[in-house]
Design a protein around this ligand. Sequence first.
Ligand SMILES: [Zn+2]
Length: 140
Amino acid sequence: MTAKLNPPQPEPSLDSLPYWESLKAGVFALQRCTACREWQFPPLDTCRHCAGSLSLQTVSGRGTIYTFIINHRPSAPGFDELLPYPVALVAPEEAPHLHIPGRIVGAANEDIAIGRSVMAEVVDHPGGEWKVPVFRIIAT
Ligand SMILES: [Zn+2]
C-alpha cells in the first residue's frame, strides 16, 4: 500500500491572504490599484506602478493561453496520476499583461495551443482547505 501524498499548500502572506480567501469562496479576483487602476499579480501590499492602495476585484475568468508546458515528470505529489498534464500561464482579458499560472483541464493535450481562449474555474487544491484556479478551453 502506498500512502497518498498531498501537494504543497498555499501559504498566504498578509498581502496575498485576501486573494486566497476569495478563491476559497469560489471567486476568481485580482488586485487592482484604486488610484491608477492598474491590475497586478501576484498580490502585493501596494501598487507597483504608483504605490497606491489596492483592492480585490472580481474578473470574468476569460483569458487566453500566453504559454504552456505539458508536464511529463512527477513534480508535485497529488498530481502524479494526471501525468502528462498541461500547466499554462493565462492572460486575463481584463489584464492581458498579467500571467496567471494554472492547469488546463478538460482538453486533450494536443488541443492546447498558445492564444486559445480559456475560462477560469475555481477547484479544490488536494490535501488542504484552499482552492486554486484552473482553466478550461472555450470556443471563441
Ligand atoms: Zn497604481
